[in-house]
Design a protein around this ligand. Structure first.
Ligand code: 5GP
Length: 182
């Protein structure tokens, strides 16, 4: 285990099994629809890359990069689009693929934004859900795991751009973000 990780919340095998299950569900639900998966950079990139390889149906992949203003570990809900989609999604069956929902502000912004582009359908698939801190009513359509209100890293999720490469989801040791050595 990485030195900065206090505990592993979800190990690599458990993640892979869940991604397989989500892939199977999406393949059933979207059979014949040729959906567009929209990966929200950067956090969802590992999840999306694994998820598309578990689909047994044709699907398209596009990317949006966003940055949310907020201090440190919390989002403010004010979202800026850094990279927009390459293609129009009008008339398409769209699935937003996101790493984690916390307050729900980021995902509800994305839903509003993408809804205005008139897709045929619009759903959300998130790996992690932290329902405890929700500030807007939002239920993702496909959820990997409900997790407690702890700051997690790994499997694409970062702290200050670190830890994305870890194959598991872990909780950081407090000294890492408090800036004091232990
Ligand atoms: P929300 O807008 O739902 O509060 O937050 C969503 C975004 O906040 C996620 O896309 C992610 O970038 C960040 N976030 C929320 N909780 C965590 C967490 O526990 N760990 C990490 N690394 N990012 C988080």
């Amino acid at each position: 285990m990485h030195d900065d990780i206090a505990k592993v919340l979800i190990d690599a095998e458990t993640i892979q099994a869940k991604v397989r299950e989500l892939g199977e569900r999406l393949s059933r639900d979207y059979a014949g629809l040729n959906p567009v998966l929209i990966c929200i950079l950067k956090g969802a990139v590992i999840f999306a890359a694994d998820l598309v390889r578990q689909l047994s149906i044709p699907a398209k992949l596009d990317f949006m990069a966003i940055s949310s203003y907020g201090s440190g570990m919390r989002t403010s809900g004010v979202v800026r689009i850094l990279k927009d989609l390459d293609r129009s999604i009008e008339g398409e069956h769209v699935i937003i693929v996101e790493d984690i929902v916390d307050s729900g502000l980021t995902l509800s912004y994305l839903l509003e934004n993408l809804k205005s582009r008139q897709p045929a359908s619009l759903k959300t698939c998130v790996l992690l859900d932290k329902p405890a801190q929700r500030q807007v009513p939002l239920e993702p359509d496909y959820v990997g795991f409900d997790i407690p209100d702890e700051f997690v890293v790994g499997y694409g999720l970062d702290y200050a751009e670190n830890y994305r490469h870890l194959p598991y989801i872990g909780v950081l040791k407090p000294h890492v973000y408090e800036g004091v050595s232990q």
